[in-house]
Design a protein around this ligand. Sequence first.
Ligand code: IPE
Ligand code: IPE
Ligand code: MG
Length: 253
Amino acid sequence: MTAPSDIEALRARVRARPLPRHVAIIMDGNGRWAEARGLPRVAGHREGSASVRAVAREARAVGVEALTLYALSVQNLARPPHEVRALMELLAEFLESERREIMDNGIRLAAIGDLDRLPGAVRSRLDALCAESRGNRGMVLTLALSYDGREELAQAARRAARRLAPGDIDAAALEAELWTAGLPELDLMVRTSGERRISNFLLWQCAYAELAFVETLWPDFRERELLEVLADFQGRERRFGLTGAQVRGAVDP
Ligand code: IPE
Ligand code: IPE
Ligand code: MG
């Protein structure tokens, strides 16, 4: 347990240095968190919702511009029906309980994925809160729901092909058709729970993102854990293919 003053010192340190503009998180490990306690998996998803709240609030407080959370993949929809139902109920609850927090903190809510596959009750709350928060300028909180990274690329290709001749479809044209168009470039992708894979998340966008794999299970990932990955990011040197000397502005030996 970190004392409150420690977390404040860490927060101050993180705030004093350049932040990633866009952070994405693969929120994994809810099931294992519950199973380790002899609880049903759904209990892990519930505790995971509290982490979403805490992490979004902290990201906003330190000044991250865009936070994109992998909440549900298309593949997750093939889980046992009772688990999928519980996830949808939690999502509906979250959209209800966080409405005030989102509006009061100037957060703009967005959603990416095949949203037509969400139940009507979830979809209508989601659409309503996205519309209500559209004018907010604090931080963009994007929920990836029923999301499939390869499908995002396929639809970008289809849309670009409708607009352009094949020879005119370049990287910028495809990027403009991604669901994340308009968000800052992805700087940092975090995955919790010790797994070291991308699981079909933001396949294009992670091209030059820094990757952070942490052992903490998502329900245990809160303010302090977010600050720690941000601090770790701030200690890295991003080279984008150049030499270290080039990015540091030094003359090559
Ligand atoms: C992540 O936790 C939440 C979703 C995928 C919806 P998991 O449910 O995948 O938890 P583990 O990986 O089984 O522990
Ligand atoms: C990725 O986690 C999806 C979300 C966190 C929403 P999974 O638990 O579905 O990924 P795999 O199955 O371990 O690759
Ligand atoms: Mg998992």
